[in-house]
Design a protein around this ligand. Structure first.
Ligand code: ADP
Length: 217
């Protein structure tokens, strides 16, 4: 994934706010990059750009060789589904669905159902939850919930995993289990970018960049 001269401006009531001021960032397959920065520095804005959820005011994002600049919204959505997985601070699991059903959600509308089920079960085994596939989120600990979310993020075999404060709701020990999981994922060639203000994330990352007031330092 490569971002070049990424600029994002928001039109607010009091004029234009420049949230990203020309970001250059490249992340290789298998690399784990932590983006740290204080609240308001532009971390979520950056993640939305890298995750193809929003388009930049200036600059380009290229994912697996495809530059998003010329794509329609539908093409961008297709590219995102195929290439990017997301993990959030709040897990965002559906409370009425079991662990394995949650993992399958991003793939419910496409793919072979039996194959999706097999893959979802395999992913849960991989994150150490092979004995929890039928549990509801309410029956799981915070760390287990986040590991279900990690399994879900991998269901479409993305090359890039984006994580927004992935340890924000976890204690230190549980956080380190989830971060170790990211390490195993990068061993398989997936790139991981985590935005955070948790110093612990930087201990597991290959590289840490700092975002200050919309600029990488
Ligand atoms: P962080 O995730 O590091 O807390 P954000 O990316 O959320 O930072 O915000 C960066 C800056 O952009 C902040 O000043 C914020 O107020 C502003 N901002 C974020 N989203 C919007 C929006 N949709 N409209 C206007 N301003 C926004």
């Amino acid at each position: 994934m490569r971002a070049r001269n990424l600029v994002k401006e928001y039109d607010s009531g009091e004029g234009v706010l420049r949230a990203l001021k020309g970001i250059d960032l490249a992340v290789r397959a298998g690399e784990f990059v932590a983006v740290v920065g204080p609240s308001g520095s532009g971390k979520s804005t950056l993640l939305n750009q890298l995750g193809l959820l929003d388009t930049p005011t200036e600059g380009t994002v290229t994912v697996e060789g495809t530059a998003i600049g010329g794509l329609s919204v539908a093409e961008r959505t297709r590219l995102r589904k195929r290439t990017v997985g997301f993990v959030f601070q709040d897990f965002f699991l559906i409370p009425t669905l079991s662990a394995v059903e949650n993992v399958k959600v991003p793939r419910l509308l496409d793919g072979d159902r039996a194959e999706t089920h097999r893959r979802a079960t395999e992913l849960l085994e991989r994150v150490g939850l092979g004995d929890r596939v039928g549990h509801l989120p309410g029956e799981l600990s915070g760390g287990q919930k986040q590991r279900v979310a990690v399994a879900r993020s991998l269901i479409n075999d993305p090359g890039l995993l984006l994580a927004d404060e992935p340890t924000g709701n976890l204690d230190r020990d549980t956080g380190s289990q989830v971060l170790a999981e990211f390490g195993r994922i990068t061993d398989e060639g997936v790139a991981v970018v985590a935005v955070t203000h948790d110093e612990q994330v930087t201990e597991f990352a290959d590289r840490t960049v700092e975002l200050v007031d919309g600029e990488l330092t």
